[in-house]
Design a protein around this ligand. Sequence first.
Ligand code: HPA
Ligand code: ZN
Length: 325
Amino acid sequence: GRLAAAVQAMPKTELHVHIEGTLEPGLALQFAARNDVELPWTSLDALSAQYEFTDLQSFLDLYYRLMGTLRHAQDFHDLMLSYLRRAAQDGVRHAEIFFDPQVHLANGIPYDTVLDGLHAGLREGEERYGVSGALILCIVRDLPLQDAERMLDLAVPRADEVLGIGLDSAEVGHPPKLFEHVFERAGDLGWHRVAHAGEEAGIDYMQQALDLLHVERIDHGAHALDDAAMMRRLAEERVPVTRCPLSNIRLHVVKDAEGLRIRDFLDAGVITTVNSDDPAYFGGYLTDNYLALVQAGCTLYDLARLGEMSIQASFLDQGRKAALL
Ligand code: HPA
Ligand code: ZN
């Protein structure tokens, strides 16, 4: 409709999307067939029936299972290209994209294969669709700490091909403070630092991410509203949050779109962005995530401000930001 067209036309970036979370069930079945990977579901109907989640872990179980269909650089290339094509339709001008190389390594896929494929996809996507992109290497927090340190060792020779470090996967019981040294090393590489915090865990995890990991953005931060001091801190220190409406709803982090309380974040002066997280799993790409906020009382003007903030909150240089705004 008209509102969707208006949202698509707004200049914006996407700052919280996992490339593996853009793996549509149909594409996963194609990769499984061409790579001889066995899945418990052989038809699109059978697989599509698996997308009802009760919490973060129930989603992660399917997400990691389907990740096993990615075997070759061409798979990563195809996946990236299909995301960028879809993002361009939503008016995304630039995307800072998470990937989970520790999981691919555990599946026997060399880091270079993953990085080669994703970069080939980024280059072709920029050429074809005019969307620029960069990669944020996510540490999988429920794997052993030594695994994270080894991941960083592997990433050092090609450090300039990565924009930043992130922290994802099962949050509760895997606090940010465990990764202080890993993030310090990432900072020494010149990488930007972000972390998922306050998705299922509380504001103590957000505090640790800020104080110990020195993150420049908080991914999710849904629980910041539990604490007025945290809201003030995000606003004063100008630390953006990357909110993911459909993800929070589908994983029962909030009850409904109202529960996201995006207007409260805006009113508190927090730099707030809208993102799709894992769009193949949560029922919508970026425009759908903006539109979900309309039900919760956001006006078209609010959506335009959120789009502008997504440009401000990106790691683009000032010149490129100014050109997009
Ligand atoms: N939360 C934590 N880890 C993740 C997510 C998420 O929403 N998506 C992919 N990995
Ligand atoms: Zn995420």
